[in-house]
Design a protein around this ligand. Sequence first.
Ligand code: ADP
Length: 252
Amino acid sequence: MAASSSVARCRGRQEIRAALLFTCLLVLVCRTLSGGSGSCPPRIIIAGAPAAGKGTQCAAITANFGCVHLSTGDLLREAVKEGSALGKEAKQFMEGGKLVPDELITSVVLERLQQPDCSQQGWLLDGFPRTKSQADALTAAGFLPDCFVLLDVPEQDLVERVTGRRIDPVTGKIYHLTTCPPPVEVIPRLVQRSDDTAEKIVTRYREFRTHVDDVAEIYKSTLVWVDGRQEMHMVQACLSQAIAESLNRPSL
Ligand code: ADP
């Protein structure tokens, strides 16, 4: 694992309450400093192994910081569903648990980042950049993050997470059959991602490990390491605190 410039880890209930309070204050300060007008919109990248909890945490980050959430996994799944040219090309790679080719995804992301909502509200990139070449393309296009979050979960915990993961197609909410059980009324409509199998997680995890250190190295000056094994709300507090701190830091 690449050296991290900062480690965010909360340990107890009291600490979590204090962290949440501190986070609210920091978020408030950050919004006040930006005049609430989006003059300093947040630019955040979140990386983590498949099922590390990025999707769940991204919902909280967007709610706290008001930035646009761009998930390349969601974007590609949508393209596959629509049967677009991008979707048709990406499908075979995704079904095999492989990364889609860099050139296929990079242009889509760069184009999306240039839209007015991203420049006004800021952005949260989830699942991109995943390779050095994607990170280099992002840098070359002038998109640098205030904060690069690495949500870390060891391989042995991921199989259990992936096989129990279910998604509500109506709300987009992510549940886990044992650790974050869904309300009974939504159970009949829950779906499982086709790549959320014990077998495919191994390939997906290998893909992640192959590239993560190279990507983290590029962003080491803004890197924050978060222990993704912690309870969901603890991860959320740690993440929000670390992001708020990096937004309040003077630019390098
Ligand atoms: P996870 O991180 O849990 O594997 P995602 O939803 O982020 O899931 O991505 C699902 C799939 O979409 C990946 O396995 C890969 O095939 C493809 N994908 C998503 N983002 C990228 C990317 N930046 N580069 C290449 N392939 C990607």
